[in-house]
Design a protein around this ligand. Structure first.
Ligand SMILES: Nc1ncnc2c1ncn2[C@@H]1O[C@H](COP(=O)(O)OP(=O)(O)OP(=O)(O)O)[C@@H](O)[C@H]1O
Length: 611
């Protein structure tokens, strides 16, 4: 089993906790936060300043009730009419308020900066990693769920730094300061209040597991919903052509309802959890008022102390509540970090060799050898069976065969989207597994039936954003393949911006642009995968002439449903069930009166045999 396939499937990416024991979960939770810590390490100086700012801001805020206590007990209650001191206290109060505000603003900004920088780095590395993964991974994991991981999971991690960490630092320190001040004011009353701590712990622990489950459930449902929407948007034309709107809407409604229910459950749990703390907070204020009030009556406590104590016990519950409010974000960070790391931990099946062959691209001849190649997407079900095929440099090979014969699979093996299970594929005598991936990619140019165009100008689409290729080279290439008149007709010529996937262009026009790419990047091997299927005869003519100029001096493999495209090929391979069953020129194959002749007859009768 391959390394990638040894990982769990898409569900596993959506719900990393599936099938785990408590011990496993604990280990993984720890690992998730260790990984986050390693990302945070370069920002440790910023975090140090965050803590300093937090200490100053909190001290300034918490000194305010204490100042009131001084004003009440040392001035108002003893009947001093010292307006100067009262004014002084009011001034200090104002200065403390401004200091608190200023330093919490600073602390917030510093933390936001560090958090956003960390998440931008994670997002960048995740995208880079995903772009290196092999095709087998994308076969298994829906694009929608990957979009969720790159967008919303990284956003959750960002919330960890900007909300959770902020709360832990600010509210955690506030709590410690409040406890110290409460003991300083009245240690007996403070001790009574500490009875609350185990009660708070019991509530938090009993809610913990349940909250975690509800959170994971709602995240999984969201991920499924996003994956469904992404798939539907990509296939919207098919849905409309086959009038599948109603069925798709039903499926969407089901997923939407599941997410809605999961979300409601999560919100209910949260509300219940938070309200439990509110009740506890109010009970404590009542308790302190009663106990403290009695002490004031009995002259065991000053009124100002009681005032400050009641203010502190109210404040005592604010940070606890704020920290527990972050519990969900903490849970989601945990799930998100694990999901992100379940992607990071996927080792690509296809990796560049540690000792690649030293190859000079300009010296590549383009000889291709498939040496007894066997391959299947599933172990034990070969699609390509013992393929032994040798192609000379510069030769043009046509590949025909029924749907599912393995033509595209053969091409995927040559591009090394998948590795062979036995045998080998060589270019110029070098096993493609020993060729560095970037070099292999520069050796092979692939033109697909639906060439992928990016959002960007025609220039950028031809040179694939490689600034080292000049505008003049792009224009020359377009002229060479006959795409120039088409581009000139566009609104802004070569600067016309194409929408995503080049949706404003016809299939033929997109193909012409991808032919221009071949001229610009000069690969020695050219592959056309059904490039001329579904084109009208005029566009086909255009593509055919472009193909003739582009294939000049290149080893060319053309997979075509229309036999007219490959009738001139040096050699035509006829594939059936993963094997080459006939081989020769168009004339030789017709003379064999075999399977090719049947296909040819079909095509002459304008019947598409592959459909
Ligand atoms: N990514 C994949 N995962 C699993 N099976 C696949 C995958 N791609 C293709 N197959 C299966 O492999 C077989 C060969 O498919 P392939 O696309 O190579 O055929 P083809 O000759 O190019 O067909 P077509 O002319 O319809 O494109 C088919 O049975 C197909 O279902």
């Amino acid at each position: 089993m391959s390394k990638e396939s040894s990982k769990r499937g898409p569900e596993a990416v959506s719900d990393p906790a599936a099938g785990m024991t408590n011990a496993d979960e604990k280990r993984r939770d720890g690992a998730a936060f260790r990984i986050l810590a390693s990302y945070a390490k370069p920002h440790r100086l910023t975090f140090f300043w965050v803590v300093c700012c937090a200490i100053i801001a909190i001290a300034a805020d918490l000194m305010q009730p204490y100042l009131m206590k001084i004003a009440i007990d040392d001035n108002l209650m003893v009947g001093k009419n010292d307006f100067g001191t009262i004014l002084e206290i009011s001034g200090i109060f104002l200065i403390l308020s401004v200091t608190g505000l200023l330093f919490s603003y600073l602390q917030n900004n510093l933390l936001q900066f560090a958090g956003q920088s960390i998440v931008a780095r994670i997002r960048k590395e995740l995208f880079e990693h995903i772009s290196k993964l092999s095709m087998s991974y994308f076969d298994r994991v829906p694009t929608g769920s990957l979009i969720t991981h790159v967008s919303s999971d990284t956003e959750t991690v960002s919330q960890f730094f900007t909300q959770v960490l902020l709360s832990v630092v600010r509210d955690g320190l506030t709590l410690v300061f409040i406890i110290v001040l409460m003991f300083h004011l009245d240690s007996t009353l403070a001790l009574y209040c500490m009875i609350l701590l185990p009660i708070i712990a019991v509530i938090a622990i009993s809610f913990r597991t349940y909250m975690r489950k509800t959170y994971q459930l709602s995240r999984t449902q969201l991920s499924r919903l996003v994956a469904f929407v992404a798939e539907n948007l990509a296939g919207m034309n098919l849905i409309q052509v086959f009038h599948q709107e109603k069925e798709q809407q039903e499926q969407f409604t089901n997923r939407n309802s599941s997410y809605f229910r999961a979300n409601l459950r999560e919100i209910r749990t949260n509300v219940l959890f938070n309200r439990s703390f509110d009740i506890l907070g109010n009970m404590s204020v009542a308790f302190v008022t009663w106990l403290g009030g009695m002490a004031v009556f009995n002259k065991n406590m000053e009124f100002g102390v009681l005032y400050a104590f009641i203010t502190y016990i109210r404040l005592f519950f604010q940070p606890i509540n704020a920290i527990t409010q972050q519990w969900n974000t903490l849970q989601s960070t945990n799930v998100s970090v694990q999901r992100i790391w379940s992607i990071f931990s996927v080792v690509p099946d296809i990796r560049s060799s540690d000792n690649p062959q030293p190859i000079r691209l300009e010296e590549v001849q383009g000889r291709i050898d498939f040496n007894h190649v066997t391959f299947g997407y599933e172990a034990g079900s070969p699609i390509i069976k013992d393929l032994d095929l040798h192609i000379r440099p510069g030769e043009m090979i046509g590949v025909v065969g029924t749907t599912g014969a393995g033509k595209s699979t053969m091409i995927s093996l040559l591009c090394r989207f998948y590795d062979v299970q036995s045998g080998s594929v060589l270019i110029d005598g070098n096993d493609i597994r020993d060729i560095a991936q970037p070099q292999l990619q520069r050796m092979i140019g692939l033109v697909q039936q639906e060439p992928y165009l990016y959002s960007g100008s025609i220039i950028d689409n031809v040179r694939l954003f490689d600034e080292s290729i000049s505008r003049e080279d792009v224009v020359r290439a377009c002229k060479f393949v006959g795409a120039d008149p088409l581009v000139q007709r566009m609104k802004d010529g070569y600067d016309t911006r194409l929408s995503e996937r080049g949706s404003g262009l016809s299939a033929g026009e997109r193909q012409l642009i991808s032919f221009a790419r071949i001229i610009v990047f000069k690969p020695k091997v050219l592959i056309l995968d059904e490039a001329t299927a579904n084109l009208d005869s005029q566009t086909e003519q255009l593509i055919q002439s472009a193909l003739n100029v582009v294939s000049e001096g290149r080893t060319t493999l053309v997979i075509a449903h229309r036999l007219s495209t490959i009738m001139q090929a040096d050699r035509i391979l006829v594939m059936r069930q993963g094997e080459v069953v006939e081989e020769g020129t168009h004339r030789q194959l017709l003379n064999q009166h075999g399977y090719y002749e049947q296909l040819y007859m079909h095509s002459q009768g304008k019947v598409n045999y592959g459909a």
